[in-house]
Design a protein around this ligand. Structure first.
Ligand code: FAD
Length: 331
């Protein structure tokens, strides 16, 4: 096991910038590498993405490994798996961290299989046991009802990390890192999928996953017109609108807004659950938010069990009054 060293972070980016999620994972990778007396290494795959390497360096990576080629212009499972598996074979990293994004989850699973190691999915904590140098990985199970602690017996130890668990790495342009370029070719016939088109999901404003404030509406919204109430509050607070499956099934909100076990996971600084009962499947996607406010006319709603602030009342009355207060406060 001793030949395995360093902590790798798979870096994702969009529109010329590292994704916020990757900043979180890199931050953890940097601190973990220090604890393990190794280097944090940012892995960047793409085409014309030297600037992302510079950003990763500024955000504290000790080293950046850059794989570029036309075949990596957009994410594809076969090409990226080939690149990652080749790098792993050459460098023997000890740990590899991925964000829990659609692409990274797809890649992590495929790479783990390819290099014959395990994968801890959707990790919410990573600790190093200083006594035996063993990493302890924590992941929620049974829709968040329990936490399991995982110890890996194979190397590299690989995990996808839950969003919002770690602070984002901050850029410091005085920092630099070695940038190692690796030539890895993936031929066209190795890539079995082809991107035909991007279809805009129609989401405007702040993305749910990136929002510090999330205002969610559930079945208690009662009708599509009441979405305006949660939208107004989200706009006022610079946040994003989310919802439970009840409001998505009722077609008041788009499927992209669904939070929970079969939707998105958010970890907002401030989360409003308006007219949401608090089913375990919903809580699975938001319970790690820092401050949780529940608005429900049922004083016994299970949502109140996890809320920091509980407002018992009809959201049609509570939300306009609250919005007015916020407006006055901001004026
Ligand atoms: P409801 O259960 O209809 O509750 C509405 C709440 O609003 C009640 O508490 C009520 O008291 C309150 N209310 C009503 N009117 C008002 C009012 N005027 N003012 C204030 N309060 C009011 N759910 C998710 O959310 N996300 C998921 O990803 C998800 N995945 C699932 C996966 C599986 C496999 C299964 C089986 C279920 C899943 N569900 C998911 C569904 C989940 O079990 C619940 O059915 C759903 O979360 C209920 O949504 P809700 O609380 O908004 O609606």
């Amino acid at each position: 096991m001793n030949e395995y060293k360093n902590v790798w972070v798979f870096v994702e980016y969009a529109n010329g910038k590292m994704k916020n999620f990757s900043l979180e994972v890199l931050n953890k990778g940097n601190s973990l590498a220090k604890e393990m007396n190794g280097k944090s290494v940012a892995i960047i795959i793409g085409n014309g993405v030297e600037n992302i390497a510079q950003q990763a360096a500024a955000c504290g990576a000790d080293e950046v490994i850059l794989v570029e080629g036309e075949e990596y212009q957009v994410y594809n499972t076969d090409g990226y798996t080939n690149a990652m598996a080749t790098l792993i074979g050459k460098y023997n990293p000890s740990v590899i961290l991925f964000g829990s994004t659609n692409d990274a989850k797809d890649l992590a699973a495929r790479v783990a299989c390819r290099v014959k190691t395990g994968l801890v999915a959707d990790c919410s904590a990573i600790e190093l046991n200083t006594a035996d140098k063993q990493l302890i990985w924590t992941r929620p199970v049974l829709s968040g009802r329990a936490l399991s602690k995982v110890v890996c017996r194979t190397k590299p130890e690989m995990a996808t990390v839950r969003q919002g668990v770690y602070d984002r790495a901050q850029a410091d342009n005085s920092k630099s890192a070695d940038i190692v370029r690796e030539e890895i070719k993936t031929s066209a016939d190795q890539i079995r999928t082809k991107l035909v088109d991007f279809v805009d999901a129609g989401v405007t404003g702040i993305k749910l996953e990136d929002a510090d404030v999330v205002v969610s509406g559930g079945g208690g919204l009662g009708k599509a017109e009441n979405v305006k109430l949660i939208q107004d509050l989200a706009d006022l607070l610079g946040g994003a609108v989310g919802g439970s499956r009840a409001s998505v099934d009722s077609e008041w909100l788009p499927p992209s807004a669904q939070i929970g076990q079969s939707g998105k996971t958010v970890s907002a600084k401030l989360y409003f659950g308006c007219g949401i009962a608090g089913a375990i499947q919903h809580l699975a996607g938001m319970s790690s938010s820092k401050c949780i406010v529940g608005i429900n006319r049922d004083p016994d709603a299970p949502f109140f069990d996890i809320a920091d602030y509980c407002v018992v009342g009809d959201l049609v009355e509570v939300l306009p009054a609250f919005i007015e207060q916020v407006r006055q406060h901001k004026a």
